[in-house]
Design a protein around this ligand. Structure first.
Ligand code: SAM
Length: 299
């Protein structure tokens, strides 16, 4: 199982296109940039649904998600918890693997996300239920699940260590715990001039609550006492419109406001980014880490 090769990220061309006008008219408020912390408190919760849908459509996202299911070794009959389930797409895929006899319980802090997840799963007759719950305080008894999983949620949390401790608590002894988290300082972008690109990328990383979390998750697992900790890097190809808008115009706006770039330098950088994108030459990646651990048998 652990020797499964990671599939390729896809062919080198933009998967989705959008007009030039979008680039220059996409002022992103901070709600949109960092709103996953509190989707219901933003002025446009559907924006976050679109963000997740565009990401999930990408081959590189599907690749690591399927790999994570293989790492969890999901089997019919198992009870699995998904923390921060978003639109519920991953929970549905896991439910197919644990049926018959098993069950997936998927929680998210956002009522809007849970409503969308419930709508999308209606009528699918999978063993699946959705609940609103905070990752820091999971409403389940100790040792309730065979496995628990959290995908790109820890970076948004006030206390990732507390959330991991909760996942560990509700997982049975010997059960598996898996977290996938990106590290924003691994963002690569093939775009000159380097000194400007570096400033934009550092601004991007430092804008997030836990921009370095990806590299820190393995230590969290060890500190929590999880055993057999395995780490698999998984690189995402960021070529969907929402991501490029977020990295480009939204971050340049912040870099200019912080005095790191002049307005002319910012505009020039954005123009290069756009030209490269429409020419099908833009290559932008972000690496995350799948971290798998086992709850000790005697805990
Ligand atoms: C980037 S999305 C990832 C969604 C999903 N795991 C996926 O891979 O598509 C992060 C999710 O974490 C949820 N979230 C943020 N803070 C949370 C918390 N304290 N408790 C539970 N969910 C939370 C958000 O509402 C959002 O649905």
């Amino acid at each position: 199982m652990f020797n499964l090769p990671m599939p390729s990220m896809g062919t080198f061309q933009p998967s989705l296109t959008f007009p030039a006008s979008v680039w220059y008219s996409c002022h992103m408020d901070t709600h949109k940039l960092f709103g996953f912390t509190n989707v219901d408190g933003t002025n446009d919760p559907d924006y976050f649904i679109r963000f997740l849908d565009e990401a999930s459509a990408e081959e590189s996202f599907q690749a690591y998600k399927h790999y994570s299911f293989a790492l969890l070794d999901l089997q019919p009959g198992q009870h699995v918890l998904e923390v921060g389930c978003g639109t519920g797409a991953d929970a549905q895929m896991m439910a197919q693997r644990v049926a018959p006899g098993g069950r997936v319980v998927a929680v998210d802090g956002s009522r809007h996300m849970i409503a969308v997840a419930q709508q999308r799963a209606a009528g699918c007759s999978l063993p699946l239920e959705f609940q609103v719950a905070d990752a820091h305080r999971l409403p389940f008894a100790d040792d309730s699940f065979d496995a628990s999983r959290a995908d790109r949620i820890f970076m948004h949390l006030e206390s990732p260590a507390q959330a991991l401790s909760e996942m560990q608590r509700v997982t049975r002894p010997g059960g598996r715990v898996l977290v996938y988290e990106v590290d924003f300082e691994t963002l690569t972008l093939d775009l000159p001039p380097r000194e400007h690109t570096r400033k934009v990328l550092h601004t991007w990383c430092d804008s997030f609550r836990n921009g370095w979390l990806g590299r820190h998750v393995p230590a969290l697992f060890r500190e929590a006492g999880l055993e057999d900790v395995r780490i698999t890097p998984a690189t995402l190809w960021l070529r969907y419109p929402v991501a490029i808008q977020m990295i480009g115009p939204a971050t340049v706006e912040r870099a200019c406001a912080a005095g790191l770039l002049t307005p002319d330098e910012g505009a020039d950088w954005l123009q290069r980014l756009h030209q490269r994108y429409v020419a099908g030459l833009l290559f932008c990646t972000l690496t995350g880490f799948l971290v798998l651990g086992r709850k000790p048998e005697n805990s």
